[in-house]
Design a protein around this ligand. Sequence first.
Ligand SMILES: [Zn+2]
Length: 342
Amino acid sequence: MRALQLVEDRRLEQVDIAPPSPPGLGEVTLRIKAVALNHIDVWGWRGMAFAKRKMPLVIGAEASGEIDEVGPGVTGLTPGQLVSIYGARTCGLCRPCREGRDNLCEHVSGVHGFHLDGFAQEKINLPARLLVPAPPGVDAVGAAVAPVTFGTVEHMLFDNARLEPGETILVHAGGSGIGSAAIQLAKKMGCTVITTVGSNDKIEKAKALGADHVINYREDRFEGVVRKLTKKKGVDVVFEHVGKDTWAGSMFSLKRGGRLVTCGSTSGVSTEINLMMLFQQQLKLLGSFGCRMENMANAMQKMAAGLVKPIIDTEVDFASIDTALKRMEGRDVFGKIILRID
Ligand SMILES: [Zn+2]
């Protein structure tokens, strides 16, 4: 069967590998349908000085699949069913796992597509407990963006930042996969949404998703515009994932007692923090990574109800994956890039 392997930094190869053996106890064999690309794939592909990883490695951290075969002891899943796949291999035994908070697993073996083989392959065996069935009305693409894109954003906004209706939120990079999800989720609950984009052609697209104000960060200093829009008060919540380039401005954009929630650092992992601003303004800095199983189910319920939809930039096949990753690296995308396996 076909798989897409990273063999060295910036070198991907389509390879033939042996299909999985029949599913073991508590496992299912999945036929992968769609893989959604994320910045973690870009980090992995371009290589990172601070993380040595095993190669070759099958890429793909976020995907949907169809149940092909059910192993012994598995209940509630049947062949042909569409499921969304949790992105990390958690233990299932520790207290956080038993409570469905797998992103706090105490014995996690790694993230698929990064530490462990990922989902860019035709079939894979996985523990049934890491699969969330897609409700009617959600297709393979919707189920593919539930774990890392929508699940992460649900966890950031509702579990961590505890966003409330009527609040104002600044969403960085509204054209990114998680940015486009955050705009929709925040707007649908009745928040005022300010977002940033890197080019003027993305302004109308961001407004169409529900953004009330769109700032081109290459033309204006976003923190200045945010202060002006909020009459110098600042926003209740900043949705961060850019890191180094935006961190100081993000803190400056918050109102007293405001919350900054972050799940990434696409522009660099280190930055300085103005501690006086942190304590005097009583800011709350919240780190977020991955999601709870329930976040995936909630995201797909909202898709099924028509409240939110996955924003798809392009669908690609194995042959165009390099171009896709380069476009993501250059931030030349609006929404998600989907790799079709089926
Ligand atoms: Zn665990």
